[in-house]
Write a protein that binds this ligand. Sequence first.
Ligand code: ATP
Ligand code: MG
Length: 344
Amino acid sequence: METILTGIRVNGELTLGNLLGALLPMARLSEQYKATHQINVFVPDLHTIIADVDGNLADNTMKSLRYYAAAGLDLGHENIRIYRQSYVSAHSELCWILDCIATMGEMGRMTQFKEKSEGRDSANVGIFNYPVLMAADILLYSAKYVPVGEDQFQHLELTRNLGERFNNKYGEVFRLPATTAEQAAFMKGLAAEGGKADGIRIRDLLNPEKKMSKSSPAENSKIMMSDSPEAAAKKIMSAATDSVGKVQFDMFNQPGISNLLQILALTTGDTLESVVARYSGETNYGDFKRKVAEAVELFMTDFQAREAEVSDADILAAFLRGEKYANQVANAKLLEAQKAIGLR
Ligand code: ATP
Ligand code: MG
């Protein structure tokens, strides 16, 4: 079975945008492939500490897993392995080995590094080095597909380069992940089947030119998944619209209304096309907003009920199982690499 590897970002809190744009697509992907693929879902906690952590990382991890489970991630399926990166020490060990074949030049060319460090001397070394850790995350499991945003494609190329360089120098140890073109085709296939809502960006409710962000200071600009369903509905009712006076899907000229159409589709499970067809031409924004508010209220109620059903014991059991598996696979691959080099 081919392995699909996906990291889940741990945040203490979550917006409706995070849920619709990241968690639900990921849960759908795992549903779509769990019968035919090995799916590795890992919490990249060593990547997380590159920046200051808001709150307690262990608590945030539990909270995030509860959200993922509520979004539909199957914690108990035999082909889905859920593990925390820091519980599998082979990641750090292989990272060091790969560090010794990666060059300062290629690492310095990483766009993410340039953006995140902004050339500051005070930027931590983790920001420079994390793409090598990412290569270790992938190569340890011989993962073929790694669904990531385009901003991470350069790191997938780096992973292939480092794996190939190691193989050339020490002998065939690593299986390279699919090329970025193949990855893109895989992800496009997901998008076509509704698996990954690629490019979906839920907008800020007050300023729909921007995307909804949990770090936005304005409370009414974002719906937090911990908001009461009634409060969420109120935020929809106070969302900014426009002076066009007609419901149409036009992200450029009517981003507020288009965002509400998008939210309506995603929270009801309808396609955007059918929602647009149903409401296009409607001239009463108040009536339209009430429909969206009702849908969001129902969605939040369902989601929170599912979330309440997930127990810490279920999550810890999934970690225990996943980490046992991950340590077996990763340690075996690490040993191969160590032997090839002469460390063993
Ligand atoms: P911050 O304001 O701290 O950057 P954020 O809301 O942008 O928070 P992130 O932690 O940066 O959230 O991203 C978590 C995941 O949610 C990522 O996969 C990101 O692509 C996705 N995401 C973030 N904002 C949106 C949004 N408005 N719509 C859809 N997906 C989103
Ligand atoms: Mg962000």
